[in-house]
Design a protein around this ligand. Structure first.
Ligand SMILES: [Cu+2]
Length: 617
């Protein structure tokens, strides 16, 4: 077969509902047609049929041993590994034929690995050509070939694919757009506008960004809101807890932003100063605040507090005292308890907090990684990458991914397929269809080494529990970068920077990512939705696309900083189709969806989401 040269096959990639197709072209490099330069035993240097064999690494030869045609082998008996690089890259290595001529033993062990960490290991027996298929799904740039008996390895018929990658497969970035601030904090208001601020001038830098007009309105606040925590209150106002005096020194200030009046109000201060705390909206609309450093690097605010917006009072949970790392990942569970699923800066045991009883219960005593986390369904949380503390010596980050299902009798983190890229300081953002987007971050924990930045977005499927590599953004976004789902289904990605001594990482700009679903055809539309709905009730949503609606989801308005969106959560709703409307079943109770505002999305049978309607529960 290999004398046919480049073999072209068309592979149909399955799209949602079979509507989306892409073609993948397979190229097979057989070293026969065309014949490599020079004569048999010549060095194979440079690029041949889309593969760069480097310099002085490989030779080619005519028939030898088990292979009656041209093939390649190591250029010398020294060493047990060689590399080649796709050019252009990346490409997905699908298979190769190998044989061994080794005289020292009956066989050798072949390992193929790539720059993404994909590997395949195979024993190669003597006497015949053997096909090695990789099973790799991610495209590689560099492939390393290791064989335990070095140059005895012969290689032929290297097959790779170049998947067609356009916006329907990998989405599309727009920008970067110049912004007046490095967006360390950003959150969505029920008005559709984004509230954001910088480190410089703290609350004085606060602005509202209008996605429709792409304009800013200054909304300065007198507190230093840098390194605060925040969530969206049940009435749609944003609550901001704590902030910054100095590194590890927080403030007790609590500030509330009204998106209608576009003005701030000071609320009752917390009992403890907090720097790097997490604010979590509870089922009943009260707000739980956990962690944060109080007055020094070892002085954590270890007593959680609960804010009652109606009474404007704080209640310390003195019996629930527990030292947690900074910016803990907290999620309200269907039973009303609050899960601590990790933290921005350190791997920790997993516990649940019963706010009423003021007790912590261990869930999983084995600390695993996770530098960001997202709740992708009731009681289901996923996390990936490395927590990253910029005050510790830099270490390589990881690409590992875990899920936990809190409905299980003995819940524990379960590892799923890794991201293509190791990351720390990345952001996980839940999308209208329940998939999870990861953007930004880097291969080291320092948060400032721009050479280690990861530009590719990746999209995680809760069905397959696997990641797919998406389009690359333009700008490195490391420490203090942020990502926020917009009501139109795009993701606003901004910030990165404001780490003392490293002005080169400051990003005074934003980019907007359009996920693949925005390129799959016409969007369903919502013509009318109720502004508020009651738990347990059904409600009507008018849409001319009722017959094609396949899913209905709620996504809580995001409030993100330091790699973690403190308020985002995802919930799918059951529904029935009418002729020009659908009847949707509201969440049964407030534990499933704490009181407040949500983006309601209709998703059609192709997987395309509507623009959201804001609905208050
Ligand atoms: Cu910070």
């Amino acid at each position: 077969m290999k004398r046919l040269g480049i073999v072209v096959t068309l592979v149909v990639l399955m799209g949602l509902a079979g509507v989306v197709t892409a073609t993948a072209q397979t190229t097979t490099v057989d070293f026969d047609n065309p014949t490599p330069p020079g004569s048999s035993f010549s060095l194979l240097d440079g690029v041949l049929q889309g593969i760069d064999f480097g310099t002085g690494q490989w030779r080619w030869e005519t028939a030898y041993s088990a292979d009656p045609t041209n093939h390649i082998f190591f250029d010398s008996p020294l060493g047990s590994s060689r590399t080649f690089q796709f050019s252009p890259a990346p490409r997905t290595l699908t298979s190769m034929n190998v044989f061994t001529t080794g005289s020292s033993g009956p066989s050798g062990t072949l390992t193929l690995s790539d720059d993404l960490g994909q590997t395949v290991t195979r024993t190669v027996a003597m006497g015949s050509m053997q096909l090695v298929t990789t099973g790799w799904v991610q495209p590689s740039t560099v492939v390393t070939v290791t064989f335990t008996s070095g140059w005895n390895l012969g290689i032929d018929d290297i097959a790779y694919t170049a998947a067609v990658s356009g916006p329907p497969q990998i989405g599309q970035w727009s920008g970067p757009f110049n912004w007046p601030i490095v967006t360390v904090h950003m959150m969505l208001s029920p008005s559709g506008q984004v509230l954001a601020w910088d480190r410089q001038d703290g609350g004085g830098s606060a602005r509202l960004w209008n996605p429709a007009t792409e304009t800013f309105t200054p909304v300065p606040n007198g507190s230093n809101l840098f390194c605060s925590g925040h969530s969206i209150l049940a009435d749609g106002r944003t609550i901001v807890v704590g902030g910054h005096v100095d590194n590890f020194v927080g403030i007790q200030d609590v500030n509330v932003f009204d998106p209608v009046a576009q003005s701030w109000t000071a609320a009752a201060p917390m009992a403890y100063p907090r720097w790097y705390p997490t604010a979590t909206t509870l089922a009943d609309g009260r707000v739980l605040v956990t962690s944060g450093s109080a007055t020094c690097s070892t002085c954590k605010a270890d007593i959680p507090e609960v804010y009652d917006p109606a009474a404007n009072t704080w209640t310390p949970l003195t019996n629930a005292r527990l030292t947690l790392p900074l910016y803990p990942f907290m999620f309200v569970l269907p039973d009303g308890r609050v899960l601590n699923a990790g933290s921005d800066e350190a791997s920790i045991e997993t516990r649940v907090l019963d706010v009423q009883a003021q007790t912590w219960t261990m869930v999983d005593s084995v600390p695993v990684g996770g530098g960001s986390a997202a709740m992708y369904g009731p009681a289901r949380v996923m996390k990936s990458g490395s927590p990253a503390d910029v005050d510790l010596p830099s270490t390589p980050t990881i690409n590992r991914t875990w899920v936990i299902d809190m409905t299980q009798p003995a819940p524990a983190w379960r590892e799923t397929a890794p991201m293509a890229f190791p990351r720390g300081h990345h952001n996980l953002t839940i999308l209208p269809d329940g998939t999870v987007l990861v953007v930004g971050g880097g291969r080291t924990t320092d948060g400032v080494d721009l050479t280690q930045a990861v530009y590719e977005a990746e999209l995680w499927s809760p069905q397959t529990e696997t990641w797919s590599t998406m389009a690359r953004m333009q700008v490195p976004r490391l420490y203090h970068s942020t990502a926020l789902l917009l009501p139109d289904g795009r993701v606003l990605v901004a910030g990165g920077g404001r780490f003392q001594g490293y002005p080169q990482i400051d990003q005074l700009n934003a980019e907007v990512y359009s996920p693949p679903y925005l390129f799959w055809g016409a969007r369903p539309t919502i013509t009318l939705a109720p502004s508020s709905v009651a738990y347990g009730n059904s409600f009507q949503v008018s849409t001319p696309d009722a017959s094609s609606i396949a899913r209905v989801s709620l996504v809580r308005l995001g409030a993100v900083t330091h790699s973690f969106d403190q308020d985002q959560r995802f919930l799918e709703l059951s529904f029935q189709r009418g002729s020009d409307s659908i009847t949707v079943q509201a969440p049964a109770n407030a534990n499933l969806a704490p009181r407040g505002f949500y983006m309601l999305f209709l998703i059609n049978s192709t997987g395309v989401p509507s623009v959201a309607a804001f609905v208050r529960l």
